[in-house]
Design a protein around this ligand. Structure first.
Ligand SMILES: NC(=O)c1ccc[n+]([C@@H]2O[C@H](COP(=O)([O-])OP(=O)(O)OC[C@H]3O[C@@H](n4cnc5c(N)ncnc54)[C@H](OP(=O)(O)O)[C@@H]3O)[C@@H](O)[C@H]2O)c1
Length: 380
């Protein structure tokens, strides 16, 4: 039996992950679950899966109703829980930069990490990849594009990888004209045509920052330069990404838009098992289209390419400024069009640190959050 911890178990990735894990009762034993605010759902999950321990962001009441399960609380509680348990595999479905310290902590404990969170890799890719290599931890990508790239690379030699084509459906605003962007509401922004996801990643898909973050994520996961990664808009969302090798051969991975597929592959790799998920009906798909993204309408992609190429603390600033601006937008304090504007300004002000350590990264993250809020206050 593999002891598995599901971090962010109440979210979109976490709940899909639990669905997958439940199909393999002879293989996985859930030892830990974590959530931030949704204590009610966490309690239900704990009743079903009977982990040894759970962690919540803040326990407001009902401390006593956990039936012998050890309950940890807060950021430090999460790290303590991860240090105290025997964990073989971890699924990281925590959203945002809060995943960074749990990831670095759990990398000292596990053999395998199924990684859905992208923000931590964007901030601190070198620290995460170095620690995983040092501790011999297999990092399995869960993001559908990165799972696709991983599958396409397969047993080919990484040195023969020439180019990555990172596909994206284009998000909910693909057909909206630039002049219409100033009036985009939160409801419109989170209405993704293909994927059902948490709020933050849904807004990122609308601004296309999600693709930008994925470019940096792919560079770290597959040890390649940003310039070798090309975003392609593919509205049918059947091809989840492609890779080109030095000889010109291009391999693509296709499948349904269901996160349970890449989650299952990450957890059962190198084996494949029946998933019960229907593959696309190719006879009904009339055509597969691909085209270049519009960097003018979606400037977040260009900001991410620039920050990724500069490296150092720039990606951390990009991520923190984006997280702050997206929160302000979701809470109704700024307009959709303010998101790329403020991130661009904050990045221009940043004096980067080369080869940053954890403290430099956290400092840059903090600075970017303060600067973003300051600038947004000025614009209001
Ligand atoms: N959803 C997808 O299809 C998808 C696909 C590819 C990659 N990803 C990546 O996977 C990650 C999770 O996305 P999601 O869509 O599943 O997000 P989500 O639905 O918002 O879920 C986020 C999870 O993280 C927990 N959480 C939030 N803030 C936290 C904090 N400060 N400390 C500890 N836990 C915290 C939440 O707890 P509560 O709910 O209890 O507050 C929830 O369990 C993101 O990095 C995203 O980019 C998601």
């Amino acid at each position: 039996m593999e002891n598995i911890a599901v971090l962010g178990s109440t979210g979109s990735i976490g709940t899909s992950g639990l669905d997958v894990i439940a199909k393999f009762p002879d293989r996985f034993k859930i030892c830990a679950l974590s959530a931030n605010t949704n204590v009610e759902l966490l309690r239900k999950q704990a009743k079903i899966y009977k982990p040894e321990a759970v962690c919540v962001g803040e326990m407001r009441r009902d401390k006593g109703r956990w039936g012998g399960i050890r309950v940890y609380e807060g950021e430090s509680g999460l790290l303590e829980m991860l240090e105290n348990l025997k964990i073989d595999t971890v699924l990281v479905g925590i959203a945002g930069s809060s995943a960074l310290l749990p990831i670095l902590t759990v990398l000292d404990r596990v053999k395998k990490m199924a990684l859905a969170n992208k923000e931590a890799l964007v901030m601190a890719g070198s620290l995460i990849m170095d620690k995983a290599a040092k501790n011999n931890v297999k990092i399995m990508p869960v993001d559908s594009e990165h799972s696709a790239i991983f599958q396409c690379i397969g047993s080919n030699n990484r040195k023969d990888l020439k180019k990555i084509f990172l596909t994206g459906s284009g998000g909910p605003l693909l057909k909206v004209k630039k002049s219409g962007f100033k009036d985009i509401t939160v409801k419109q922004a989170i209405n993704h045509p293909r994927w059902k996801m948490g709020k933050k990643i849904s807004v990122d898909s609308a601004t296309m920052m999600n693709k930008g973050l994925e470019v940096i994520e792919a560079a770290w996961l597959f040890n390649t330069e940003i310039k070798n990664i090309e975003i392609l808009i593919h509205p049918e969302a059947v091809v989840h990404s492609m890779v080109e090798f030095t000889d010109g051969a291009v391999l693509a991975q296709m499948g349904a838009c269901d996160m349970r597929l890449p989650i299952q592959y990450a957890l059962t790799y190198p084996e494949r098992s029946a998933s019960g998920i229907k593959s696309p009906d190719f006879s009904k798909i009339k055509s597969l289209t691909f085209y270049k993204p519009d960097f003018e309408r979606f400037p977040c992609m260009g900001l991410a390419y620039d920050a990724g190429k500069k490296g150092g603390t720039f990606p951390s600033v990009l991520n923190a400024s984006n997280e702050t601006a997206v929160k302000e937008f979701v809470e109704g304090r700024i307009r959709f069009v303010d998101i790329p504007k403020v991130i661009g300004r904050v990045l221009r002000l940043h004096k980067g640190v080369k080869d940053p350590g954890l403290l430099d990264i956290l400092e840059a993250d903090k600075w970017a959050r303060i600067k973003t809020k300051e600038m947004l206050r000025c614009c209001r």
